[in-house]
Design a protein around this ligand. Structure first.
Ligand code: ZN
Length: 117
């Protein structure tokens, strides 16, 4: 289950960020997961909750934003949702397509309570 190693490295980033900003209680973490990132949202949520249980982060909420695979046509510039493996521009039928979204695996934001502000 590679979601566990993703969760642990995500929590490392979160903890480092909290330490740097003097945040002692984490309320929420928002992540963006592309359709092609091979991360199962429910599995990520499970790992997150298991990893923070009985730690200072316990009670934090994981918000997951799922990003569909999106392509841009190199011929006409049209952006569209890619479904299935054959991606063809719906406007000009070109097969020359770049992926512009759908591979993300990012922390977008985190919210916490700051005690030394
Ligand atoms: Zn096109």
């Amino acid at each position: 289950m590679h979601e566990m190693s993703i969760t642990l490295s995500m929590l490392d980033i979160v903890k480092e960020h909290m330490a740097r900003h003097g945040v002692e209680r984490l309320r929420q973490v928002r992540v963006r997961i592309g359709e092609m990132s091979a991360v199962e949202p429910e599995s990520l949520r499970f790992c997150f909750e298991a990893s923070i249980k009985d730690t200072p982060l316990d009670g934090a909420v994981l918000e997951i934003e799922e990003v569909p695979l999106t392509g841009r046509c190199r011929e006409c510039g049209r952006e569209f949702r890619i479904e299935g493996y054959l991606s063809r521009c719906p406007a000009c039928s070109s097969l020359s397509i770049d992926h512009v979204a759908g591979h993300e695996l990012d922390i977008i934001s985190m919210e916490g309570e700051q005690f030394d502000a």
